[in-house]
Ligand binder design. Structure first.
Ligand SMILES: Cc1cc2nc3c(=O)[nH]c(=O)nc-3n(C[C@H](O)[C@H](O)[C@H](O)COP(=O)(O)OP(=O)(O)OC[C@H]3O[C@@H](n4cnc5c(N)ncnc54)[C@H](O)[C@@H]3O)c2cc1C
Length: 389
């Protein structure tokens, strides 16, 4: 097992507890879910019951009140154990937006239920088919009508919507040509999906190259109470940006876990597989790519730890969260490719789990934000280069 250097004892303890839970969900479990494209509900329930998904919820609402560094350890360890945290990760960072910007009534209404595992907050509806990465161009409209908002439009890639009770939804409340600043006019809603599925909300699954439970969601005169609004009307974009930094850091931690899984898997195989009378790992042509991936992973890991620290200290983590996500997703993808190469033909066989993890790891240089958009952020906001769009 690839350890984490100089880890605090409380974090090491969390890591051991997550590892022990994950041992109950070996490769066969994930292979079957992958084959059936089925949601790993048992695994998500076990994580919830053990309190891991409520790590960031304050103790007063029934959670553990831990910081992002601990949440990052949880997500990393799930991946390093060969499991797939994508089934559950959104609960941590979507909840964070509710915690930061929700009213006392909203927090009391939902957070204890989420912490107790009675409610799932797994769906985050931002992406739309026509606007792509250009979130400020999204078209889903929410119009105030008495004590309600009426919502029309469509989201795409809303992952886990079929397995969630609540959805954080970003919609336009003021037309784009009527706002002073282009970042205004979008609002964030906490939608109780139990009230609206089949009653204004339609969910259609999208089959993807890996088991991700992602969907398209259609809103057709969907009525939700005005009390679903999080924070102030028109300020939703600002609220989700802060949540997105937490999301990027947690997903970066998952990528580090994936990279560790690939590196360990490749190292073990290289020691065991004998060809031409010697283990393939004796050849530097096999050793060096593994060692290079290890160094790349360790460097990215430092950035993930640094980003979590800045976040926990309350600083602006835009640059660090983006860099952590980019470097970690590149490290995990490099390790995935190396792992297939090290396994030769067996890298393609289902029973080795390498091809499944390879497909799963591919996502993270694209979502939740693609590498180009991170480079663009760094160019413009950190280096002061001219805007490209
Ligand atoms: C499996 C999966 C799960 C997802 N889950 C969710 C979810 O739960 N909720 C949610 O809201 N979204 C989700 N997403 C959406 C995800 O965040 C987007 O796919 C991602 O942000 C990229 O947006 P896009 O697909 O619209 O790509 P586009 O914006 O169409 O971009 C396509 C390509 O062009 C590049 N590009 C675009 N503009 C520029 C530019 N100006 N300069 C250089 N390059 C550019 C991009 O980097 C990208 O490589 C998910 C996506 C997938 C595939």
């Amino acid at each position: 097992m690839i350890s984490s250097p100089q880890e605090r004892e409380d974090l090491a303890e969390i890591r051991r507890a997550v590892r022990s839970l994950c041992e109950e969900y070996p490769g066969e479990y994930w292979r079957e879910k992958d084959r059936e494209r089925a949601y790993p509900g048992e695994f998500v329930d076990a994580l919830t019951k053990a309190g891991f998904l409520a790590a960031l919820i304050p103790e007063e609402f029934g959670g553990s009140g831990l910081k992002l560094d601990a949440a990052a350890v949880i997500m990393e360890e799930i991946q390093a154990a060969g499991c797939n945290g994508a089934a559950a990760h959104a609960q941590m960072y979507v909840m964070n937006t509710l915690l930061r910007y929700g009213s006392e009534e909203q927090k009391l209404a939902y957070l204890p239920g989420i912490a107790a595992g009675e409610l799932r907050l797994q769906a985050f509806g931002v992406s739309e088919p026509t606007s792509g990465t250009d979130t400020l161009s999204l078209k889903t409209r929410a119009v105030r009508d008495g004590d309600d908002y009426v919502i029309n439009g469509q989201k795409i890639w809303t992952s886990r919507a079929e397995h969630s009770d609540l959805m954080a939804l970003l919609a336009r409340t003021t037309p784009r040509d009527q706002v002073e600043k282009k970042t205004e006019g979008l609002s964030l809603f906490l939608v109780d999906m139990r009230e609206v599925v089949g009653n204004g909300m339609t969910i259609k699954p999208i089959r993807t190259m890996m088991n991700h439970s992602t969907t398209e969601v259609f809103f057709d005169d969907m009525r939700i109470p005005a009390t679903s609004l999080i924070g102030e009307e028109g300020k939703g974009f600002r609220y989700i940006l802060s949540g997105m930094n937490a999301e990027r850091i947690l997903i970066a931690a998952e990528c580090i876990g994936d990279a560790k899984w690939f590196i360990e898997k490749a190292s073990n195989y290289a020691k065991e597989r004998t060809v031409f009378g010697a283990p393939i790992g004796k050849n530097q042509g096999i050793q060096f790519p593994i060692a290079r991936c290890y160094a790349q992973m360790r460097a990215a890991e430092l950035m993930v730890h640094h980003a979590a620290k800045v976040y926990d200290q309350g600083g602006n983590t835009g640059a660090e969260a983006n860099m952590a996500k980019m470097l970690a997703s590149e490290a995990s993808w490099a390790a995935a490719d190396m792992c297939v190469q090290t396994h030769g033909g067996f890298g393609f066989a289902e029973e080795y789990d390498v091809e499944r993890k390879f497909r799963e790891a591919r996502l993270y240089t694209v979502a939740p934000i693609s590498t180009n958009l991170i480079l663009s952020y760094l160019s413009e906001h950190v280096l002061g280069l001219p805007r490209s769009y």
